[in-house]
Design a protein around this ligand. Structure first.
Ligand code: BES
Ligand code: MN
Ligand code: ZN
Length: 496
């Protein structure tokens, strides 16, 4: 596991196996050596200046160039490109990730990152990026023999200017990294390892480490008492105890209305009786990414301690095929009394979320954000590059979008017009749980909206963005950490 450190050392005074330095792409011709690197370059007999003059390294996005350093002091130097639009936090995050992955491949074990001229946003980005790129999940693998193993990247030290802003930016990036690690770990765990009880253990772990989070856990009996017929009809196919976990962080006064984060936690989604086809079904271990995002956000928030109340709520079970499974056509009653005709048992996430959205009304929320890997249709609409954003209140949706943009988790709003509601009308019940193929993500959001009452609400469909099915170079294959950044940025925005 990577540990992150901050230092104000001068670049000529550090001892490190690897020093990473960021460069903007040259507008034209060669990059010139910055004056601040003059003395480092002298110790390398001008190797950096020569590399730049020869244009072996051009500062392009995702580009790295590694030079041999000195025997002691800086043992290796890695030049890392930021590309042509380098000012943004996202560009630094991407470059940080590329640098960490390259360092891990080298087996450097530890690295320093020169960011003494970076802005606070850029420092946040670098720190989050380093953690993003260095992250691995090796729990289920036999370690390679000692003789063949390259040292995993265990420590990264960010060199920043000696200022409060720089230190705060580092702390923010560090907290975000810890939160994303929680979410990504849960995502990567297969469903025989990550069960609903794993969310209970994770919540208790955060509470024990940080001491400022209160955890409440509900099981099947408690949910029955609450009349959560929508959630429970999905959980009735599995002997696993379904879990509803509440994590309460109080950073403001008791009267301050909380930000409530809600997450879909399907440890696996077979589709139920409306079963999914076999190819790619294994990816459905990621169907808990909304809940993982809530856990990760609570980890980060409990470290950052913003002056705002935040409550995380997750609902977790496994959508299975069994003799007790809910069947297409069955009608169940949710905890707000609405009846639902289950047209397709694979539309299970909205069933779980329905009761969670009713449940959170008791907290008198200032706003509720829910995140879910809710629909395959969002991948058709927005691909893997944007979170789908939904909600009746434009301003709050915009607040979430802006938060996502700041942290490199872009989102885009889709409409929730009344006209689409026709598609979820049922012949026998108040609602049906699917609206057919057209606008599948929108009708899913409109279904959720039926259970929202008395608070502003935004729904985040993260089915296309919570995990990556391929290695994108700057982002390894697997869980991405989305939507932890959006949640944390949103909460920070509310604390100001
Ligand atoms: N968990 C899936 C959505 C999903 C699909 C996430 C692909 C990630 C990748 C969800 O429970 C689901 O199965 N949705 C159905 C809804 C349909 C039956 C109305 C879908 O998208 O096909
Ligand atoms: Mn499903
Ligand atoms: Zn699902």
């Amino acid at each position: 596991m990577l540990s992150l450190h901050v230092s104000h050392a001068s670049v000529t005074a550090v001892d490190t196996p690897l020093l990473a330095i960021f460069f903007n792409a040259a507008e034209s011709g060669a990059i010139s050596l910055p004056a601040t690197l003059q003395s480092l370059d002298e110790s390398l007999h001008g190797a950096i200046a020569r590399t730049l003059a020869r244009r072996d390294f051009r500062g392009q996005r995702d580009e790295t160039f590694t030079l041999v350093g000195t025997e002691r002091g800086v043992e290796r130097v890695m030049l890392v490109g930021l590309g042509k639009a380098p000012a943004a936090r996202a560009a630094y995050r991407r470059a940080g990730s590329v640098a960490a992955r390259a360092a891990a491949k080298l087996g450097a074990g530890a690295m320093h990152v020169l960011a003494n001229e970076a802005s606070p946003e850029q420092i946040e980005g670098v720190v989050a990026g380093i953690a993003l790129g260095a992250w691995t999940y090796t729990d289920l693998r036999t370690p390679a023999p000692e003789t063949e193993r390259r040292a995993p990247l265990e420590s990264a030290t960010i060199i920043v200017s000696d200022s409060d802003e720089a230190r705060d930016a580092f702390a923010l990036g560090d907290a975000l990294a810890a939160g994303q690690a929680v979410a990504r770990r849960l995502g990567m765990m297969p469903s025989n390892v990550c069960t609903p009880d794993t969310f209970v253990e994770t919540a208790n772990g955060i509470a024990a480490r940080q001491g400022n989070v209160a955890v409440t856990v509900m099981g099947r009996d408690d949910m029955e008492r609450e009349g959560m017929g929508a959630f429970l009809c999905i959980a009735q196919a599995t002997p696993q105890e379904p879990r509803l976990v509440v994590m309460e962080y109080r950073g403001a006064g008791d009267d301050d209305a909380p930000v409530v984060l809600v997450g879909k936690g399907l440890c696996f989604d077979t589709g139920g009786i409306s079963m999914k086809p076999a190819p790619d079904m294994e990816w459905m271990k990621y169907d808990m990414s909304g809940a993982g995002g809530v856990m990760g956000a609570m980890e980060a928030i409990s470290r950052l301690k913003p002056k705002v109340n935040v409550i995380g709520v997750i609902g977790s079970t496994t959508n299975m095929v069994s003799g007790t499974a809910v069947k297409p056509g069955d009608v169940v009653t949710a905890s707000n009394g609405k009846t639902i005709e289950v047209i397709n048992t694979d539309a299970e996430g909205r069933m779980v979320l329905a009761d969670l959205l009713v449940f959170v009304k008791r907290f008198k929320p200032a706003v509720v954000l829910d995140a879910a890997t809710l629909t395959g249709a969002i991948v058709f609409a927005l691909g893997h590059n944007a979170v789908g954003l939904f909600g009746p209140d434009r301003d709050v949706v915009e607040e979430v979008r802006a938060a996502g943009e700041r942290c490199g988790e872009p989102g885009w709003q889709l409409p929730v017009w009344d006209e689409y509601r026709e598609q979820i009308k049922s012949d026998v019940a108040d609602l049906r749980n699917t609206g057919g193929r057209p606008a599948g993500s929108i009708t899913a959001a409109l279904f959720l909206q039926e259970f929202v009452d008395g608070y502003p609400w935004v729904h985040l469909d993260v089915a296309g963005t919570a995990y990556s099915q391929s290695d994108l170079g700057w982002l390894p294959k697997g869980p991405t950490g989305t939507p932890v950044g959006t949640f944390v940025e949103f909460v920070r925005g509310r604390a100001r």
